[in-house]
Design a protein around this ligand. Structure first.
Ligand code: GTP
Ligand code: MG
Length: 544
């Protein structure tokens, strides 16, 4: 359950820390917004991110995901692999100042093979922006990510994108959001025309219409001409368009889900906006509404207690580790979400997992691949901490009384392959590369009991992760590899040390995980049953 600064409610008798009365801290918390952009692949998250940066004045010219060579690439898809393929592979943090707010934007990969990264990034957010393709509506991965938000009661705003493309049907999309996702969908603006005729928006609260100037290239801010919907003399809309718009708005007023801010904050209704990130139509209206509607950083559960953001003691957790963001440094950066108190560079903290005391002498504000030293940070902020392996995903760092935030999800792998380092001389780089990619959570690995250093068994949520590992070993560690997919579909970790020899069904594979635990790979549930029959004393550890 999330608590808002302004309207705190009691929390089922849960213990909670006292908030500090430091007005400066409270003010900094109030002006922060931290959100993740989520959706099915290709709906336009990265393009919308780029345009939010443009409207926030962080960019003079916007890049493009799959643009001509002459056109700038987008900011948040910084990895060479992402630019080559035109998809996001890893989530990206971008800190921007906009209209007196510090906005921490988290662009996430849509592809399900990278969903572990997306889920972890969602946990670091206080709200989510769900992007839908107007012609495709609610797609499979969007639904999965929505369910994660619903379970965690993360407030969701909806941006119906690609209104410039044919086939978009705003009423149909609203219906799908309500029927498939089971959440009230309250449109706060409404499109004027769709596809080639998409030329403006009507704000339902002010009944102001904005017509886009369609001569502006998508790389620059699009000027609009505004007028009143209820002004029949306004030259902005011809009589026919105005009449059908009035009908549509009247229908929404009668039949549409009303917008209620408190219900939005409880994730019971989603405000819906329309636009086209590619042509910058509706992006500014969305960004401004986002600032007023979205919640500031909220409280978080820690070991059965509730930690309010204004708790005076600093605390935060690591939700991502990313290597080689800056080819010059070739280091690893741990992404820490600040949850309470004030972060000051060079402060001493404790890592709740190890009990170790750490001095955080280097800390960075992140802007996709770029970074700059940051001396102070507040709840909601994402700071980058150079890592030499001392941080693990899910680590809590705190000052004062002990805090420990919930562990981050790790998914059970369903795809396996043997990866072999081609050149013996590169074996050290291979081991280092694998070590670092595992630390990032980009892949899980197992080893064969007597496998030697040139081979590792990769365990992944999806096959695309294999390609990413090979591509990154090549480009970041100079190691070329061969991949041999395995027919196995599930991995079970044996509880404790098996006392007797395992009687393996044909085709099953015995391996070791990174902590030396025994793991058995099965091709199918039948093999698992066969194994259980042959090894009745063996117990498997419950999946994470
Ligand atoms: N016509 C049109 N195309 C768009 C719009 N927004 C994005 N696109 C295009 O859709 C494609 C995918 O856009 P991305 O921004 O990469 O989509 P994404 O959601 O980040 O995709 P993943 O990162 O792979 O999950 C690109 O070719 C974009 O140029 C839009 O509003 N209209
Ligand atoms: Mg993307």
């Amino acid at each position: 359950m999330r608590l808002q600064l302004d309207d705190e409610v009691s929390v089922d008798g849960n213990r909670r820390w006292e908030g500090s009365i430091d007005p400066a801290l409270r003010n900094e918390i109030r002006r922060r917004r931290t959100f993740a952009i989520i959706s099915h692949p290709d709906a336009g998250k990265t393009t919308l991110t780029e345009k939010l940066l443009l409207y926030a004045g962080c960019l003079d010219v916007a890049g493009m995901v799959r643009g001509r060579k002459t056109r700038r690439a987008v900011t948040s898809d910084w990895m060479e692999l992402e630019r080559q393929r035109g998809i996001s592979v890893t989530s990206t943090a971008l800190a921007i100042e906009y209209r007196g707010h510090r906005v921490n934007l988290l662009d996430t990969p849509g592809h399900q093979d990278f969903s572990e990264d997306t889920y972890r990034t969602l946990i670091a957010a206080d709200c989510a922006v769900m992007v839908l393709d107007a012609a495709k509506g609610v797609e499979a991965q969007t639904e999965k990510l929505f369910r994660v938000c619903a379970r965690r009661k993360i407030p969701i705003l909806t941006f119906v994108n690609k209104m410039d493309r044919p086939g978009g049907d705003p009423l149909k999309v609203l219906g799908e959001v309500e029927e498939v996702l089971g959440i009230g969908a309250a449109p706060l603006n409404w499109p004027i025309g769709t596809g080639r005729d998409f030329r403006g928006l009507c704000d339902r609260r002010t009944r102001r219409v904005s017509i886009f100037h369609d001569d502006a290239p998508g790389s620059l801010v699009v000027p609009t001409t505004d007028g009143d919907l209820d002004d029949p003399s306004s030259p902005l809309l011809d009589a026919e368009t105005r009449a059908s718009l009035l009908d549509e708005i009247a229908l929404l007023d009668v039949a549409g889900a009303p917008f209620d801010h408190q219900r939005f904050l409880r994730a019971e209704v989603t405000p819906v906006f329309f636009g086209s990130a590619l042509t910058n139509s509706g992006v500014e209206a969305f960004l401004d509404a986002f600032l007023t509607l979205s919640p500031p950083p909220g409280s978080r559960p820690s070991d059965g207690a509730i930690v309010p953001p204004d708790r005076s003691g600093f605390s935060g957790f690591i939700f991502k580790v990313q290597g080689n963001m800056d080819p010059k440094h070739r280091d690893r950066i741990a992404f820490l979400r600040v949850c309470s108190g004030r972060f000051v560079r060079d402060m001493e903290v404790v890592n709740a997992r190890t009990g170790e005391r750490l001095r955080l002498s280097r800390s960075h504000r992140l802007f996709a691949q770029d970074r700059e030293t940051v001396d102070e940070a507040y709840p909601g902020d994402i700071i980058g901490l150079p890592s030499t392996g001392q941080y693990r995903l899910g680590d809590t760092l705190y000052q004062g009384d002990r805090v420990r935030y919930e562990p981050l999800p790790q998914f059970a792998p369903e795809h396996f392959a043997v990866l072999t380092c081609r050149e013996t001389l590169r074996r050290k780089q291979f081991a280092k590369g694998m070590e670092q990619l595992v630390e990032e959570g980009a892949i899980q690995t197992l080893s064969e009991p007597d496998g030697g250093g040139r081979q590792q068994i990769l365990a992944a949520i999806g096959p695309l992760q294999f390609e990413v590992v090979q591509a990154r070993l090549e480009s970041e560690y100079g190691v070329s590899t061969d991949l041999e997919p395995l027919p196995h579909t599930m991995a079970c970790r044996v509880e404790g040390e098996p006392t007797s020899t395992l009687r393996m069904p044909l085709g099953s594979l015995r391996a070791l995980d990174r902590s030396g635990g025994v793991v058995v790979l099965f091709r199918s549930p039948f093999d698992l049953d066969a194994f259980r029959t042959r090894n009745p004393d063996i117990r498997f550890a419950p999946a994470d």
